[in-house]
Write a protein that binds this ligand. Structure first.
Ligand code: NAI
Length: 317
């Protein structure tokens, strides 16, 4: 296997001042890429700002002989996103890849979650990914090449206690990826999503925010698992998806404790009701097991149109 190079490639990594994003930025720079290290430098919850986080990662990259510039802009604003894209263009001339990684966390049981919590998550995760991707999109389209990585989460795609607002925003990120994968493919832009897991600053904060006792969990955790939750275990898949070696689009990948897998939305073969008369609630109740059954066939649609064509195909026995 040839090694994956980022020579002459320019990559923006948002939220790269720590945790997962820092690891992505360091690895891409080590592989010859020029990196925009974006980080607002605030708290896990979101508020605050500081230049230190992005500056430290840039200094680390430069000390190792790599190329990087810092960006302190907020992904949640349209102007901030435009400045992040301009930072790449002004310093390096073009944009090859974007890793939408910036994120905040305000875990709470649903009855305690506020409209402000929802807004705070949507602003950073969803609006952030939308804004920055929109800012880089014309640059990628003009060169008929791009790689965009969207950071979703298992909380949004699979579910997790205490993450209603966070999960809602992350589910939205997957929706954005699904559509942009379709719009991007004819222009050479491949879009994929990532469901990471790591004991980063944010990863360690959930239990604390929920008032859970992390010590009980920690005592039962084997040493290998503590090691395999290091952010570096997610770097490989993120860097692959941002590279020209990546050939997939419209896909979600999960990195968890050393296992890298594909997560997908599948459609069961289902129950074929009448095409002349709508199914009643009673019909559904009578066929719910068949509707849910996946042992007799299922498929992964590439798009809404794909699913539509399969659903309207002539009925076979
Ligand atoms: P982290 O807290 O170490 O990194 C997130 C970074 O984003 C921080 O450095 C923060 O300053 C920056 N940031 C926050 N708001 C920003 C904004 N408006 N503009 C620019 N930068 C901003 O956390 P971690 O774990 O490295 O998270 C990275 C991504 O992975 C996040 O999107 C997170 O939601 C996601 N994720 C992490 C999981 C984990 O287990 N650590 C699980 C699932 C998803």
């Amino acid at each position: 296997m040839n090694s994956i190079s980022f020579d002459n490639r320019v990559v923006i990594v948002t939220g790269a001042g720590g945790g997962l994003g820092r690891g992505y930025a360091l690895d891409i720079a080590r592989r010859g890429g020029s990196v925009v290290v974006n980080d607002l430098g605030g708290s896990v919850e979101g508020p605050g700002a500081s230049r230190e986080m992005a500056d430290l990662v840039v200094a680390e990259i430069r000390a190792a002989g790599g190329r990087a510039v810092a960006s302190y802009d907020n992904v949640a604003t349209v102007d901030g996103a435009r400045r992040i894209a301009s930072c790449a263009i002004d310093n390096f001339g073009h944009i090859d890849a974007l890793i939408n990684n910036a994120g905040n966390l305000r875990s709470a049981w649903f009855e305690d979650a506020s409209a402000q919590d929802l807004d705070a998550h949507v602003q950073v995760h969803l609006n952030g990914a939308f804004n920055v991707t929109q800012a880089v999109w014309p640059h990628m389209k003009a060169r008929n090449y791009g790689r965009v990585v969207f950071t979703s989460s298992s909380a949004g795609m699979l579910g997790n206690d205490g993450q209603s607002a966070y999960g809602a925003a992350k589910g939205g990120v997957t929706g954005l990826m699904n559509v942009l994968a379709q719009e991007g493919e004819p222009c050479g832009i491949l879009c994929n999503g990532l469901l990471p897991h790591a004991t980063s600053r944010m990863g360690s904060k959930h239990a604390e925010m929920m008032g859970l006792e992390p010590t009980r969990d920690a005592a039962a955790t084997p040493a290998w698992l503590i090691g395999a939750r290091d952010p570096s275990f997610v770097t490989g898949i993120a860097v692959y998806l941002a590279s020209d070696a990546c050939t997939t689009t419209h896909s979600l990948y999960r990195a968890l404790a050393g296992r890298i897998s594909r997560v997908f939305i599948g459609v069961s073969r289902g129950w074929q009701g009448s095409r002349e008369h709508p199914a009643t609630a009673e019909d559904v109740a009578a066929h719910i097991a068949q509707i849910r059954d996946t042992t007799h066939g299922s498929y992964i649609p590439d798009s809404l149109q794909d699913d539509y064509q399969i659903a309207i195909a002539p009925v076979t026995a």
